[in-house]
Design a protein around this ligand. Structure first.
Ligand SMILES: [Zn+2]
Length: 239
C-alpha cells in the first residue's frame, strides 16, 4: 500500500524538503493562478500585465491590475488549512522541515513553519526599488498605488513578476541536498525552473514522494506516487 509506505518514509525521515504548489492553497479557497482553469490562462493579457516590463512602463495601472488579478484585498480573509498545519506539526514533532513553495499567499509562514522558501515571492509585501525599504500588506492596501514614504518611488511587489529573475533557486537546491526525504504536494510540476528541483533531487538519489490529484509528466522520478485529493491523503497520513 503506497500510503502506508509514504507514512513510514515520512515518519523515519529526520529532515524533509517539502515542495508545494497551488493544490495546497486551493483548500483555503485560493484560486490556482496558473492551472488551465486558473486565472493566468483565463486571459493571456494578464501575463503581460503581471510583468516586470509593465511595472516599469505604467506602474499606476500595473498596481490596479496586480491587485485585481491576485485578489490582494481578499488575502487577509484566507487562512492556513490542514495541509499547511500538517507541515507545521511535522516540525513541532522534531523534524527539520524546509517548505519550498510556488504559492505567493504566505500561508506556510502564517501556519508557523520556520523554514519557508517562497520560490515565486509573496503577495504580502513590497519593496521600494530605490531605497530597499519594505512595506507590509495593510500599507499596500491603503493607497491605490503604494509609494515609498521616504523617496516617493512606486513600490514593487515582492512577487516574482514575469521577466523577473528567480533568486531562490540555489537556496532550494541546498535545502533538498540537506534533506533525507523530498515530499512534493499539490503541484503538476509544469512551471520552470521550479520543476528542475525534482530532477535535481532525483539526481542525488533522494527518496521521494509525490501527492497530486492529477498525473504529472515527472511521476517517473518519484519512489512513491499518489494521485488523489491532497486534503484527504494528508488526513490519512495524520492518522
Ligand atoms: Zn524608498
Amino acid at each position: 500500500m503506497h500510503l502506508e509506505t509514504a507514512a513510514k518514509m515520512i515518519a523515519d525521515a529526520s529532515s524533509v524538503a517539502v515542495l508545494t504548489g497551488a493544490g495546497v492553497s486551493t483548500a483555503s479557497g485560493i484560486p490556482d493562478f496558473r492551472s488551465t482553469t486558473g486565472l493566468w490562462t483565463a486571459d493571456e493579457a494578464r501575463e503581460y500585465y503581471i510583468s516586470n516590463h509593465y511595472f516599469y512602463k505604467d506602474p499606476v495601472d500595473f498596481w490596479q491590475k496586480y491587485k485585481d488579478i491576485f485578489r490582494v484585498k481578499l488575502l487577509k480573509d484566507y487562512g492556513p488549512n490542514h495541509v499547511h498545519r500538517y507541515l507545521k506539526e511535522l516540525e513541532v514533532h522534531g523534524k527539520q522541515i524546509t517548505v519550498i513553495t510556488q504559492n505567493v499567499d504566505g500561508l506556510h509562514t502564517i501556519a508557523g513553519n520556520e523554514h519557508v522558501i517562497e520560490y515565486h515571492g509573496t503577495l504580502n509585501s513590497a519593496t521600494c526599488p530605490n531605497c530597499g525599504s519594505s512595506y507590509d500588506l495593510p500599507y499596500l492596501l491603503a493607497a491605490e498605488t503604494p509609494v515609498c514614504e521616504t523617496c516617493k518611488h512606486v513600490l514593487k511587489p515582492d512577487v516574482v513578476l514575469f521577466g523577473d529573475p528567480i533568486t531562490e533557486h540555489d537556496k532550494a537546491e541546498q535545502a533538498i541536498q540537506q534533506s533525507e526525504l523530498v515530499l512534493v504536494l499539490g503541484t503538476s510540476l509544469l512551471v520552470s525552473p521550479f520543476n528542475i528541483l525534482p530532477e535535481y533531487s532525483n539526481s542525488l538519489g533522494k527518496p521521494s514522494i509525490l501527492i497530486n490529484r492529477e498525473p504529472t509528466v515527472m511521476d517517473d522520478l518519484f519512489d512513491i506516487v499518489i494521485h488523489d485529493d491532497l486534503s484527504k491523503i494528508v488526513q490519512q497520513l495524520q492518522k
